[in-house]
Design a protein around this ligand. Structure first.
Ligand SMILES: Cc1cc2nc3c(=O)[nH]c(=O)nc-3n(C[C@H](O)[C@H](O)[C@H](O)COP(=O)(O)OP(=O)(O)OC[C@H]3O[C@@H](n4cnc5c(N)ncnc54)[C@H](O)[C@@H]3O)c2cc1C
Length: 396
């Protein structure tokens, strides 16, 4: 069987690419090994798919080559995707921080992408295992469980490594390596962080407690919730900081501002001295009560339990510093089963920023999460899938 374009991976990026290439008049075959179509879209955003973000900026992406994503994101924009969603009459709303969700179900986004593929007469082969790919003439030969398939262009849209039980594999990285392309080592990102036993002994029992915070790690500061879990820390603020923690090699502490609405914590502590209250009781006005007490015991090693008025000024200054930047050193992450995205991937220096084609391998394209472009939490990763898939769909 010969077609113009074979797309491996029927997820967000692959479906977008296939529909666009098909509508340009290319013959397109989409292959995927997982029985359910676009399962990650289906489970995303709590079943409502946070499909893009109105406040998108290139700075919302991590990569070894940070400017690479600009071209694709400006060629196929947030507005373009919203127009597509509107064309298919999918009701949606903005939840918070520019995040757009379906009102009803993420299945509507899948149905929309399938309809776009059908408009491009895309052919399907799924579920179908792919044994390997090879150069053949000026095109590619793809070995499948239903025999060999041939195409001039091959688009790898096989995603990253998160949630292996719904079909994630390292296939895309292996193809890149097979063709001599560099891969930035993949790591789980947007992922809950694990804490060492001495931390868990204090905070693990508070699992479920959460508080407003500013979290960061060698990068931007995220004003969102931090959640305590029985294995460590989670919540949107921590998930966001986790990507930067991973990018920094896991060596830097995560800094959590426990008093995001208090600019000058030292003055706030000083002015709260009269009245005989303790630090824990003061903090319990801003933070969950049991967390406030555990934090005071842990950080103060039992020396901060006297009334505030009895604590020396230098101690209050130290407490203020720690409240505004609680330095937490994670022991690791909860891994790919709990991560939302994969940091790293096919090195973007190997790819053309306008088309996603491998510069040294004409006809070979990489789109979506398999590429070393990783978005923040909040619809940014889908937008990258749409934009990069669209660019390859225009060129393949
Ligand atoms: C729980 C969860 C919730 C998420 N929620 C959001 C959200 O609300 N907003 C957002 O922006 N991002 C979200 N993400 C991230 C987002 O889902 C991904 O970034 C996006 O799906 C990547 O698209 P992709 O097409 O590159 O890869 P995928 O969507 O992962 O698709 C890859 C496809 O390739 C197939 N494949 C893999 N290996 C092979 C192989 N060897 N042979 C054949 N086929 C193969 C897979 O079966 C899959 O269908 C979420 C992720 C998770 C895990």
């Amino acid at each position: 069987m010969h077609v113009d374009v074979i797309v491996i991976g029927a997820g967000a990026a692959g479906l977008m690419c296939a529909g666009i290439a098909g509508q340009r008049g290319r013959t397109v075959l989409v292959l995927d090994h997982y029985p359910k179509l676009a399962e990650k879209i289906r489970i995303s955003g709590g079943g409502r798919c946070n499909f893009t973000n109105r406040d998108l900026r290139p700075e919302c992406y991590l990569s070894d080559n940070p400017h690479f994503c600009r071209s694709a994101l400006s060629r196929y924009t947030v507005r373009d995707f919203i127009a597509l969603v509107d064309k298919h009459r999918i009701p949606h709303h903005e939840k918070t921080l520019g995040q757009l969700f379906c009102d009803d179900s993420s299945q509507q986004i899948i149905d929309m992408l399938v309809a776009e593929c059908e408009a491009g007469r895309v052919q399907w082969q799924r579920p179908s295992a792919v044994a390997g790919v090879a150069r053949e003439g000026d095109g590619f030969r793809v070995e499948t469980d239903r025999g060999p398939r041939f195409a001039r262009s091959l688009v790898i849209a096989s995603g990253g490594l998160t949630v292996p039980k719904i079909g994630a594999t390292p296939f895309g990285y292996r193809v890149a390596e097979q063709f001599g392309l560099k891969v930035v080592p993949p790591k789980p990102a947007l992922v809950p962080l694990a804490l060492a036993p001495e931390w868990l002994a204090r905070f693990g029992e508070l699992s479920g407690a959460s508080f407003d915070s500013n979290a960061s790690c060698d990068g931007p500061v995220f004003r969102e919730q931090t959640l305590l879990t029985h294995r460590g820390l989670s919540g949107p603020a921590i998930l966001q900081a986790s990507s930067y923690w991973q990018q920094a090699g896991g060596r830097e502490p995560v800094l959590i501002d426990l008093l995001p609405d208090v600019d000058d914590a030292e003055s706030w502590l000083q002015s709260s001295r009269p009245g005989g209250q303790t630090l824990a009781s003061l903090l319990a006005r801003q933070l969950p009560r049991r967390f406030a007490q555990q934090w005071v015991d842990f950080e103060g090693r039992g020396t901060w339990n006297a009334a505030l008025v009895e604590l020396p000024r230098a101690t209050l200054a130290d407490i203020a510093r720690r409240l505004k930047g609680w330095a937490v050193q994670p022991s690791g992450t909860l891994g790919y089963n709990k991560a939302e995205v994969t940091l790293g991937g096919v090195d973007t220096r190997e790819l053309d920023q306008k088309t996603m084609m491998a510069r040294r391998i004409p006809g070979l394209y990489f789109v979506g999460e398999v590429v070393d472009v990783t978005g923040w939490l909040g619809g940014y990763n889908f937008q990258w899938a749409w934009s990069s898939g669209w660019c390859a769909g225009q060129a393949a």
